[in-house]
Design a protein around this ligand. Structure first.
Ligand code: SF4
Length: 451
């Protein structure tokens, strides 16, 4: 959804030196990709990035509006930018509700909605015109990235066709719009050529990729590639980088992708937010995928790819969740043996259908259920982690300080999963992929030496 850019104060005269933008990026990896696109565009026009708000000509705040706590964080980031600079443009998910923002900060330069790249750029032009210096137009081929150079998020679609009752993302970001496979692959190839070693595929619903465009083919190298989860995964797997899949739901056709993991074409990793395991709660949540047969499906995947690592998130205290439904979830989590699990207490999101679906679970019950859930999962995690001791695993280095480094195995995504702490005889560099002998494990991290 693109909202009109509001009336702006008079534009500044074109500056002689490169105008500076200070940028705040909040929210999920998908929002981060939006930020990268806006910054890439602005850098191509000669804008520079400022380290601090007070040294910038204008501040852009890319907001998250998913939960009330995220909204509060966004409003506070806007407040900080207003206090330190005063010339502020707001974009992102929360920009879809401009009244709420303007009520608090009436003097913003502009408020634009999610994916409204042109509106943000137009607002920046209005506030501080670009400097037309051809030398400043030089942008690195991979664009401007907010992630470290060795890994990058690859967004394959926008929006979502599902209508989970606790979520307002479809009303903020609209229905699914998939990018042509050829475009995604060209971007991925550019990133790999620029030194990216790990591609993190993101969207709201990765396994639904291409449904909206009927899996249309598009040209890539000497062939046509279908916009389909399997076809895209297979082609990405040929680029020579680690490929990690996020936001995959357990649709039957996900089965086809598991052999690619077993063959080492893409990482044996699935980020699959399941949210619950009780069929009645899942029904009230209106979750996609055949939820009744989740355990059976996971068991078959592991038969094909024994070292598949699954990460998931769950919500406890969903409206009307009974003790019996919660216990179904506890039993399920003990049986599924997922590698990585996050647990959130249900938080009512303004405008979400779920708020009217049953009695709200009291805060102390939600907290108690979260504690019991995490305790149950911790036992599972420790056992799975200990089973890695003695193994030799490839590890990608994220931080290095001479012969001591921190990295991740193929079972761990950046920012959300665990780390591997590495000692080495030779100095290591960020982005190196080294073999590490695992010597010790705790519930989250592994420890070992490079061989
Ligand atoms: S799949 Fe459900 S939770 Fe995820 S974005 Fe779509 S509606 Fe929201």
């Amino acid at each position: 959804m693109t909202l009109p850019v509001s009336v702006l104060p008079p534009a500044k005269a074109a500056p002689k030196i490169a105008p500076k933008i200070s940028f705040v990026s909040l929210g999920c990896p998908k929002a981060l990709v939006d930020s990268e696109r806006i910054l890439t565009h602005l850098r191509a026009e000669g804008y520079e990035l400022a380290r601090r708000h007070d040294g910038a000509d204008v501040v852009i705040v890319n907001t998250c509006g998913f939960l009330d706590s995220a909204k509060a964080e966004s409003l506070s980031a806007i407040g900080e930018a207003m206090a330190e600079n005063g010339r502020v443009i707001v974009t992102g998910c929360m920009g879809a509700q401009p009244d709420e923002i303007r009520e608090k900060y009436p003097n913003l330069l502009a408020v634009t909605g999610p994916q409204a790249y042109e509106s943000v750029v137009a607002a920046v032009h209005e506030a501080v015109p670009p400097a037309h210096d051809p030398f400043l137009d030089l942008v690195p081929p991979q664009g401007v990235k907010l992630t470290p150079r060795h890994y990058a998020y690859l967004k394959i679609s926008e929006g979502c066709n599902n209508r989970c009752t606790f979520c307002i993302i479809p009303s903020l970001r609209g229905d699914l719009v998939s990018r042509p496979a050829g475009d995604v692959l060209r971007e991925a190839e550019k990133l790999v050529k620029a030194g990216v070693k790990e591609l993190l595929v993101v969207s709201q619903d990765t396994s639904a990729y291409g449904v909206d465009i009927r899996y249309a083919t598009s040209p890539w190298r000497d062939r046509e590639v279908r916009a389909k989860f399997y076809d895209l995964s297979a082609e990405l797997g040929e680029l020579g980088a680690w490929v990690r899949m996020h936001y995959v739901y357990p649709y039957p056709h996900v089965d086809e992708v598991i052999p690619l993991m077993a063959e080492g074409k893409i990482l044996p990793y699935l980020d699959m937010p399941l949210q619950h395991a009780s069929p009645s709660v899942l029904k009230r949540m209106r979750r996609p995928g055949n939820q009744e047969k989740q355990l059976e499906r996971i068991r078959r995947w592991r038969e094909i790819c024994p070292d598949l690592a699954i990460r998931s998130t769950f919500i406890v205290g969903f409206p009307g969740e009974t003790e019996a439904e919660f216990e179904e979830l506890l039993t399920w989590i003990g049986q599924a043996k997922l590698e990585r699990v996050g647990c959130f207490e249900y938080e009512p999101v303004g405008g979400a259908v779920a708020n009217g679906l049953g009695d709200l679970v009291p805060p102390e019950v939600k907290a108690e259920r979260k504690r019991r859930f995490m305790e149950a999962q911790q036992g599972v995690s420790i056992r799975l982690q200990k089973a890695r001791v003695g193994k030799r695993l490839p590890v990608i280095i994220d931080e290095a300080n001479g012969t001591v480094a921190k990295g991740r195995s193929k079972y761990d995504a950046p920012e959300i999963d665990g780390n591997v702490h590495v000692t080495s005889r030779r100095p290591l560099r960020v982005g190196d992929i080294v073999t590490v002998k695992i010597e010790r494990a705790d519930a989250y991290d592994l420890y070992g030496s490079a061989v």
